[in-house]
Design a protein around this ligand. Structure first.
Ligand SMILES: Cc1cc2nc3c(=O)[nH]c(=O)nc-3n(C[C@H](O)[C@H](O)[C@H](O)COP(=O)(O)OP(=O)(O)OC[C@H]3O[C@@H](n4cnc5c(N)ncnc54)[C@H](O)[C@@H]3O)c2cc1C
Length: 250
């Protein structure tokens, strides 16, 4: 049995620790903040009624293989829903339902999606092709510009930006398009395209948690550590900044 130290208890560190423990290693996870989750955390807004505030990874694309594998390991994958369609609420309050099914595409192409006319869709074909082409091999120059500047450059119609790309970019990059890196969006698209070859349209589906983020990402590893604690004698409880993770199967 190897003895391994994982530094950092965000999702990457947690997943590493859990998988190493699954493989039989003796793992100690160090986290300087005294709580697990890193940038993904849930905390009670009001202790009295238990209302939770979630901060961090809400949007889970179908191509996020490692996040989904981690959730499999800790037994909480069942708490991620992948609906065929997703609702969009634009900044101006317009709401619409979009999706990748044939009938949703038909609604889009026939101008029946609120906020996106047929002309907008037609005018977006070339810009979308340009985005696709750029995402096959993102050039360094995309690193110098924001998502919004990229849209200006390729002529993406405002309606498509407002109703589709702004919410998507915000969801996957956690940054508004005037600030987000065009290279980062192109890289995400590249990953999605690559995964689509393997997973089909699931790679482009958008999942969301049906429980709070603490339950989704943190309760699993803690719970299985505690379960193991009685039999393996590991120390799952946080002691200072140190956790011991052992044999955390689902
Ligand atoms: C508000 C918000 C919304 C988001 N929404 C989404 C989303 O919808 N979809 C999506 O895909 N992504 C989203 N993200 C991004 C996602 O949350 C992060 O990519 C992910 O949580 C990063 O995990 P990580 O483990 O790589 O890093 P972190 O979460 O940053 O974890 C690193 C950990 O290491 C610890 N650490 C650092 N140095 C040391 C040290 N020397 N010793 C000990 N510990 C150390 C830190 O304290 C931290 O806990 C969002 C992020 C935020 C903030």
């Amino acid at each position: 049995m190897r003895r391994v130290v994982v530094i950092g208890g965000g999702l990457a560190g947690l997943a590493s620790a859990v998988w190493l423990a699954e493989a039989g290693d003796q793992v100690t996870l160090l986290e300087r903040r005294g709580r697990l989750g890193g940038r993904t955390l849930g905390f009670p807004l009001n202790e009295a009624d238990g209302e939770m505030v979630d901060n961090g990874q809400h949007v889970i694309a179908g191509s996020y293989d490692y996040i989904l594998k981690y959730l499999d390991s800790v037994g909480t994958r069942k708490f991620v829903a992948f609906p065929d369609t997703f609702g969009i609420r634009a900044a101006d309050g317009t709401t619409a339902t979009l999706g990748v099914r044939a009938r949703d595409q038909l609604r889009l192409w026939t101008g029946r999606v609120p906020g996106i006319g047929v002309r907008d869709v037609m005018r977006s074909v070339l810009p979308h092709l340009r985005m696709m082409a750029a995402s096959l091999r993102p050039k360094d120059e995309l690193d110098e510009i924001t998502v919004e500047q990229w849209f200006d450059r390729i002529g993406m119609p405002q309606a498509l930006r407002r109703m589709l790309w702004w919410p998507v970019a915000l969801g996957v990059l956690n940054e508004v398009p005037p600030l987000a890196s065009a290279h980062a969006l192109a890289s995400v698209m590249r990953t999605g395209n690559r995964k689509a070859l393997r997973h089909g349209r699931r790679a482009f589906s958008i999942g969301y948690p049906t429980v709070d983020l603490r339950t989704l990402y943190l309760t699993g590893p803690r719970r299985c550590s505690r379960r193991r604690a009685s039999t393996s004698g590991c120390v799952p409880r946080p002691r200072g900044s140190r956790w011991t993770v052992a044999g955390c199967g689902a």
